[in-house]
Design a protein around this ligand. Structure first.
Ligand SMILES: [Zn+2]
Length: 158
């Protein structure tokens, strides 16, 4: 665990980016900073949902996108995320897909929910306690053209 001084040095630019973004109308009250293995800040960003008209414009998602583009890699396994608030399942997923192993967060899902940003429906869906909010339907028949994709993938890989 980084020292409080170090943590503050990583959270501060995320908070600055978030407040500037909120004032500009870019998005909600969430920010994040991505740090490399030497402790150097790679990106510090805020939420861009409103500016980009993009429901996926969460700060951690924006940080992963910007870092991957900037570093020209899909592998952020040497990087650590610092998020002003506990990441939603989408952002946990994109961090894991990018190889990030650790995300330190300040505020919690409960804090976000108390400020109009609940992700309880996502958490309840994923933990199986409420599957009524989204239908994920596996099609057994009428999907032969989809299966061809695997064949093509293996052929291209060979
Ligand atoms: Zn998120």
């Amino acid at each position: 665990m980084p020292s409080s001084e170090v943590l503050n040095s990583y959270f501060a630019p995320a908070v600055d980016a978030t407040i500037a973004g909120m004032r500009a109308g870019d998005g909600g009250p969430f920010g994040s900073t991505l740090v490399d293995s030497d402790g150097k800040i790679v990106v510090a960003v805020g939420n861009t949902v409103v500016r980009e008209t993009d429901p996926s414009g969460h700060a951690e998602m924006v940080a992963v996108r910007e870092a991957c583009r900037m570093l020209n890699t899909l592998d952020l396994s040497a990087y650590t995320m610092y998020a002003t608030c506990e990441p939603c399942p989408m952002c946990v997923s994109v961090m894991m897909l990018a190889g990030i192993k650790t995300c330190y967060h300040a505020s919690t899902h409960a804090d976000a929910a108390a400020n109009d940003f609940s992700v309880d429906h996502l958490l309840n869906y994923l933990d199986g306690s409420d599957k009524a909010t989204f239908d994920l339907v596996h099609i057994e028949e009428g999907r032969e053209d989809c299966a061809e994709i695997w064949t093509e993938y293996q052929a291209l890989k060979a």
